[in-house]
Design a protein around this ligand. Structure first.
Ligand code: FAD
Ligand code: EPU
Length: 420
């Protein structure tokens, strides 16, 4: 059915191609908004529709536990615009429907630094601020200047500053208070320009697609590493004009060994992107081959007291120490709903524990029941081997959460958005 001249409203649409977990689920109605103004037009119709509404980007952080008896609006608006630039920095706005990794590639190829560690994360630009996507020592909040939203009920537009976004670890105001209340229309990033040599040395990276995540080899799993959560961008940017090298975040996990393997001694942002892509392809299952939504759970934050008691019982427990100035982590750790700090008065988060380790210690790594499973190399990733239902995956997630709680007194929190 044609809707508003350009948009097609389809009925009874299978959502299987529109999310990475790959389970069968049907939307009562489905429509794709290909421009910013189509999104706004659809909002005008919302008052007439009177049914549940779901905005979907790339579907890489959702799981459906049944059919969706409302209207699914897929946001596919495109466009990248430079707002401002000077010698050192560029302010660039990308529309919500831009594919995240294509946008990263666009920036890296122009020598704009800041996003390279976030290479190959599936999904769209519009969803990136929602859970403050993060990887390899960088969170997207580090480079977001502002987020433009429209309120679903009033149709009013508003630009949120980074402070107003209330970013946290895999968290923001859009995932909490404003969940389902606003649509993200576009995101503006402040990126550092680095010298041509630093930014653009050709490394054969072109053409990386999000679906290219492959391979099951896990390498170099290390515990007890500071993860780069405490990046001091301001201090670093003072020296940016010298080489740009100091801007690079190379200390997380396998980045340096991978650069060494690539034979790179003075890395460019393209090299960092290539290293991150290589590591991710080895570690994470490709959703095109095995359905998944990345990490199913967040890594839990625990207080000092809890950590010490766990370290007594499990001396090998890996952890990421948290910087004392990580206010948002400390604040989050004091909120019982968001995190299970065990009994005991806790005011600050002391450490982040890899949930993968907790899950493996409970014996779940590689577990499979029917087509629902725990990935054999990365137990934080729950997988659909073919015909698992959302309820089966969520049932498995609940069993895992129970056993982790019983063994460690830690309640895991789901990262994935469960749509019922
Ligand atoms: P969707 O799954 O479509 O939507 C997610 C949520 O946001 C839903 O609630 C949806 O309603 C809402 N939403 C989407 N777009 C909008 C909008 N424009 N306005 C309002 N609400 C909206 N995440 C990380 O942080 N780091 C990683 O390293 C990482 N690795 C991953 C690896 C794999 C293999 C996979 C499958 C996922 C991974 N993820 C990772 C999770 C996921 O890629 C991110 O959360 C991503 O930002 C989701 O984008 P999306 O467009 O697919 O969102
Ligand atoms: N580990 C095990 N057993 C395993 C695998 C890992 O014990 O089989 C332990 C090891 O101690 C290892 C640690 O888990 O050092 C961390 O593993 P990894 O470096 O693979 O990272 P992660 O904590 O599992 C997080 C993010 C990922 C992000 C990577 C890289 C969360 C919930 N997940 O994973 O994000 O890509 O770090 O930065 O924070 C996502 O959010 O969907 C996601 C994939």
């Amino acid at each position: 059915m044609v809707f508003c001249n350009t948009m097609h409203l389809d009925q009874k649409v299978s959502l299987k191609p529109f999310h990475t977990f790959g389970m069968e689920a049907e939307a009562r109605y489905f429509v794709e908004a290909k421009t910013h103004s189509e999104v706004l037009t659809l909002l005008n119709y919302r008052h007439m529709i009177h049914m549940p509404i779901l905005f979907l980007g790339g579907g890489s952080n959702v799981i459906f536990t049944g059919d969706f008896s409302g209207i699914v609006i897929r946001i596919n608006s495109k466009g990248i615009v430079i707002r401002e630039e000077n010698e050192n920095q560029v302010l660039v706005t990308a529309e919500a429907g831009e594919t995240w990794d294509e946008f990263v590639q666009y920036c890296v190829s122009r020598g704009w630094a800041g996003l390279e560690n976030l290479s190959l994360i599936p999904g769209t630009v519009g969803a990136a601020p929602i859970q403050n996507i993060g990887a390899y020592g960088v969170e997207v909040k580090d480079v977001i200047e502002s987020v433009q939203v429209v309120e679903i009920n009033s149709g009013k537009q508003k630009r949120f500053t980074t402070e107003e976004c209330q970013f946290g670890y895999r968290d923001s105001i859009f995932k909490r208070d404003l969940k389902g209340k606003v649509i993200i229309l576009n995101v503006t990033f402040r990126l550092d320009k680095i010298s041509e040599l630093q930014g653009n040395r050709v490394t054969g990276l072109q053409g990386n697609r999000v679906t290219g995540l492959q391979g099951n080899r896990v390498t170099g799993l290390q515990g007890n590493r500071v993860t780069g959560l405490q990046g001091d961008r301001a201090a670093e940017s003072q020296s940016e004009s010298v080489t740009g090298l100091s801007l690079l975040k190379l200390d997380y996990g396998d980045i340096r060994p991978e650069l060494e393997y690539l034979g790179v001694s003075v890395p460019t942002i393209s090299d960092v992107r290539e290293a991150v892509c290589n590591i991710r392809r080895r570690k994470l299952p490709d959703p095109a081959e095995i359905g998944n939504a990345g990490s199913f759970f967040k890594n839990p934050l625990i207080c000092h007291e809890h950590f010490i008691s766990l370290q007594d019982r499990f001396p090998a427990i890996p952890f990421y120490p948290l910087a004392p100035d990580n206010d948002y982590l400390a604040e989050k750790a004091s909120r019982p709903a968001a995190h299970t700090i065990s009994e005991g008065a806790v005011k600050t988060a002391y450490a982040k524990i890899p949930a993968a380790w907790l899950i493996e210690q409970c014996g779940w790594k590689g577990y499979r029941t029917g087509d629902a499973g725990v990935h054999p190399n990365q137990p934080l990733v729950l997988v659909n081997y073919g015909n698992a239902t959302g309820l089966q995956i969520v049932g498995l997630a609940n069993q895992i959460m129970d056993s982790v709680y019983r063994k460690f007194g830690i309640t895991l929190e789901m990262e994935v958005n469960v749509i019922s």
